[in-house]
Design a protein around this ligand. Structure first.
Ligand code: GAL
Length: 568
């Protein structure tokens, strides 16, 4: 397998200057497909944003196009404040309701207008969180400076103009009394005399750090465990849940990743024994219920990101305990095998995803990473091990799965290819769609998988994933998937219409790559009578392997997604 050797370029020159497009050449590997953003303004990102009544709003209008640019907002509800110079929406709205705010962005090349639905209510994270997390690059060495640099790079690289907004500190902002005894920067009181959590020396002022990130219109997250210690053996929240939730709110944090770790570990059982409090599922849900409630009581919206590696069918209760996202499996590793494992695990989870509730197959492994890879140790920077084609699969699939997208690489070392993967607005739109549907695996063959999801505007997104190492022609058979009439097919990576199709659509997909398309309804287009949701086919695909499918009109053979499946 060809290894990607990504050129590490500095951010000194504008990303668009070196943004040349390329299709799969002789190598069979795709180059940059995302068209460079135009000079005229284009408003990107989610079209809906949720905030609780009276809690602070923070929304940076994501706009590409040449600066200087003038911004304006109309239809602001009472309490909301828009800063026309920075394009940041702030303030707080006391009255629950759905408000339509119309934003305008104007420069010498044109004018863009787009509406944002501001939903003041109980739910937050109405679209999957988009951002960055420190773990996959800085690991146990993370410092406050790395976090500031990441926030700077999120803006300077232009990523924030595509809707990326969270900067999340993972493990190692707290002290670490046992595991890294020799690291002086991690030594100090675990908590202050009044029980307040004490950050380590690398994070001397957590509030100032949050203020800095917020000043850029970005949000900031942190990490803890319901156990006495985190996975890296830093201080956890055991016995201090409400106090910690309040501290995070006082500091101004917007997301908490809450990692099970020592909570149930044998070594700590004597401390965390819940006998008499509950059994089975009660025990599994208890720590998240507790923190979920504590976070919700704060005068600030803090997303609860549950990290229990998919234990106890978390997808079925994550939302009920106050979570907005939950990991559905173990840590992603820097390999195609690991990425595909985390992806395939998602096949059964689509019924649990909707606005404010997201399955999380773990963070993105593109760009320059610091997690162990073949022959590379922890925190040694290296380009990710996925080939370019595999990176297209990774981003396409995480987008169509409506997964939270948390970039794992060092944002100060972004190369053009990685930037192009993370800044395709039509791909991001699939992820951030207001309907909040997660794709299901609707057809499967020995060399291909077809995943599909409905979009809020009545269009359908399809991902044609070539699981084989060489090129495969993958087809969507309209009849067997329950599609009637004609549909306009748009290639999302290239942002180009391919044409109008009825009966079947097919594309040649390079080895291990994914072709991402959106089908817009044209003449007579609809779902066949009896097909309630394009994703229902996934259920029959699941049955097919174990028993006959007696659905009227279901034609498994026709739905077979690849030609030449025999010639492996
Ligand atoms: C793991 C978690 C990782 C990372 C790490 C920190 O349990 O899955 O994403 O947070 O802990 O120690």
């Amino acid at each position: 397998m060809k290894k990607v050797v990504a050129a590490i370029v500095s951010l000194a020159f504008p990303f668009s200057a070196a943004f040349a497009q390329a299709d799969a050449g002789a190598s069979g590997q795709l180059g940059i497909l995302t068209p460079r953003p135009g000079a005229a303004p284009r408003i990107n990102g989610a079209k809906v944003f949720g905030v609780r009544p009276g809690n602070p709003i923070l929304w940076r209008l994501p706009v590409t196009g040449e600066r200087p640019m003038r911004f304006a907002a109309e239809g602001l509800p009472e309490g909301a404040v828009f800063d026309a110079a920075s394009g940041i929406l702030a303030g707080a709205v006391a009255a629950p309701g759905t408000y339509t705010v119309s934003f305008t962005a104007e420069n010498a090349h044109g004018r863009a207008v787009r509406a944002l639905k501001l939903v003041v209510g109980d739910k937050i994270a109405l679209t999957p969180p988009l951002g960055w997390n420190s773990w996959n690059c800085f690991n146990h060495k993370v410092t406050g400076k790395d976090i500031r640099d990441a926030a700077d790079a999120m803006v300077a690289s232009g990523l924030a103009d595509h809707g990326w907004s969270y900067i999340n500190i993972d493990d190692f902002w707290q002290n670490n009394p046992y595991r890294f005894k020799d690291d002086e920067t991690l030594q100090g009181a675990e908590r202050l005399p009044d029980g307040t959590i004490n950050p380590n020396k690398r994070f001397p002022d957590m509030k100032a750090l949050a203020d800095y990130v917020h000043s850029k219109g970005l949000k900031i997250g942190l990490y803890s465990s319901p156990g006495p210690y985190t996975c890296g053996m830093c201080t956890g929240s055991w016995g201090h849940e409400w106090q910690d939730a309040k501290t995070y709110a006082d500091w101004g944090y917007d997301l908490l990743k809450y990692d099970l770790c020592t909570y149930n570990r044998k070594r700590f059982r004597n401390m965390t024994d819940h006998k008499g409090v509950g059994t089975g599922l009660e025990i599994e849900t208890l720590p998240y219920r507790l923190m979920g409630e504590a976070l919700k009581a704060q005068k600030r919206d803090i997303v609860l990101s549950i990290c229990n590696y998919g234990k106890a069918n978390v997808a079925t209760w994550g939302e009920n305990v106050g979570g907005q996202m939950w990991r559905t499996g173990g840590d992603i590793k820097d390999s195609f095998k690991s990425m595909v494992k985390n992806l395939e695990r998602q096949a059964g989870f689509w019924p649990f995803a909707h606005p404010g509730a997201w399955n999380d197959p773990d963070m993105l492994i593109v760009g320059v990473l610091g997690i162990p890879s073949k022959g590379v140790g922890m925190t040694e920077f290296h380009p990710c091990a996925l080939t370019p084609n595999e990176q297209y699969t990774h981003i396409s699939m995480w987008a169509i799965l409506a997964s939270p997208l948390l970039i794992g690489c060092d944002l100060t070392k972004l190369d053009d290819f990685t930037l192009s993967l993370l800044s395709n607005d039509e791909v991001i739109e699939v992820n951030q769609d207001e309907l909040g549907a997660q794709a299901a695996l609707v057809a499967k063959g020995p060399r291909a998988q077809v995943w599909a999801k409905p979009m809020a505007d009545g269009s359908l997104a399809f991902a044609l994933f070539n699981t084989a190492g060489d090129a495969t022609r993958i087809s969507i058979d309209f009849d067997s998937l329950g599609l009637e009439g004609k549909w306009l097919v748009r290639d999302l990576w290239r942002q180009k219409d391919e044409g109008i199709y009825g009966v079947r659509y097919s594309a040649e997909v390079p080895g291990h790559a994914t072709h991402l398309v959106r089908l817009f309804p044209k003449d007579g287009a609809r779902l066949a009578p009896g097909v309630s949701d394009i994703r229902m086919n996934a259920v029959y695909v699941q049955f097919e392997a174990v028993r006959p499918v007696d659905k009227p009109g279901y034609k498994a053979a026709k739905g077979y997604p690849c030609e030449r499946c025999g010639d492996k």
